[in-house]
Ligand binder design. Sequence first.
Ligand code: NAI
Ligand code: BUO
Length: 261
Amino acid sequence: MTVQNKVALVTGAGQGIGRGIALRLARDGFSVAVADLQSQKEKGEAVVAEIEASGGTAVFIAADVGQRADVVGAVETATQQLGGFDVIVNNAGIAQVRPVMEITEEDLEQVFRINLNSVIWGIQAAAAKFEELQHGGRIISAASIAAVKGFPILGAYSASKFAVRGITQAAAQELAPKGITVNAYAPGIVGTGMWDLIDRELGKINGKPAGQNLRDNVEAIALGRIETPDDVAKVVSFFAGADSDYVTGQTLIVDGGILYS
Ligand SMILES: NC(=O)C1=CN([C@@H]2O[C@H](COP(=O)(O)OP(=O)(O)OC[C@H]3O[C@@H](n4cnc5c(N)ncnc54)[C@H](O)[C@@H]3O)[C@@H](O)[C@H]2O)C=CC1
Ligand SMILES: CC(=O)C(C)=O
C-alpha cells in the first residue's frame, strides 16, 4: 500500500517499536512526525535522517506525552510542518516491574500518566485536529498482551494497558460518526530497551541471571522467536491504511502465538 500527501505522528518514535512504526509508515508513503522526549532528540533525529535518506519526509518533535499541552502542541506542529494531519500512533509507554504489594501512589501516577493519560490526550488532540481539517482520521494506540491477561510483577503496567483497551472501545463508538477509527495493537515479547529493563528488574526479584526471564518468555511463543518492531509495525500499517476502513474499536494481538482470543 502506498499513500500520498498524508501525515502520521508517532510518539515514542526515537527507539524500539515506535522507531519501527515510523520507518514503516514512511515506507507506506506517509510524512512522519517523530515525537519523543527532548532527552531522546538525538535518537529521534537519527530516525528522521533514516527516513529522509530513503526519500521520505519527516520531522522530529520534542514532547512529553504525559503532558496534555505537549501532545496538543505536537499535533499542531506536525500539521504546520508537514501540511496536514491524518494518523496518530499513541505508542510511547513505560514498563514498571513491581509486585502488587509494593506499588506506591507515585508508581501508579507515573505509569497511568504515561501509558493511559497520554492515549487520551492523543485521542483528543487528533480528533480535534481532524474535525478542524474537516476529514476523518486514524487513531492507533499501544496496548500489550498485558492488556488482555494481567502479568504478575507487571500489575500496574497491565492495569494501564487494560485501560487503553477500554478507552479505545469507548472512543471508537464516540468518534465513528466523524469518520474516525480508533484501534490498538497488542504486542507480545518485543526485543527492545523495554524488555532489557523488564529482564533486569525481574532478575532482581526472582534471582534469574541476565537474559533468563526473556528466554523463559520466548519459550512460550508458538512461532518460536522473539518479536521485532517490524512485526508490530505491519499491524500499525494495516490500521493506518485503507484496508482497515471498516475496523474500529479493536485491539489486535500481534504476539507470535502467546495468547488466543
Ligand atoms: N517491548 C515489548 O515487549 C512491548 C511493548 N509494548 C508497548 O509498546 C510501546 C513501545 O515500547 P518499546 O518500544 O518496547 O519501549 P522502549 O522503552 O524501547 O521505547 C519507548 C519510547 O517511548 C519514549 N517515551 C517514554 N516516556 C515518554 C514520554 N513521557 N513522552 C514521550 N515519549 C516517551 C521513550 O523515550 C522511548 O523512545 C509501549 O507503549 C509499550 O508499553 C507492548 C507490548 C510489548
Ligand atoms: C512489555 C510488555 O507489554 C510485555 C507484555 O512484555
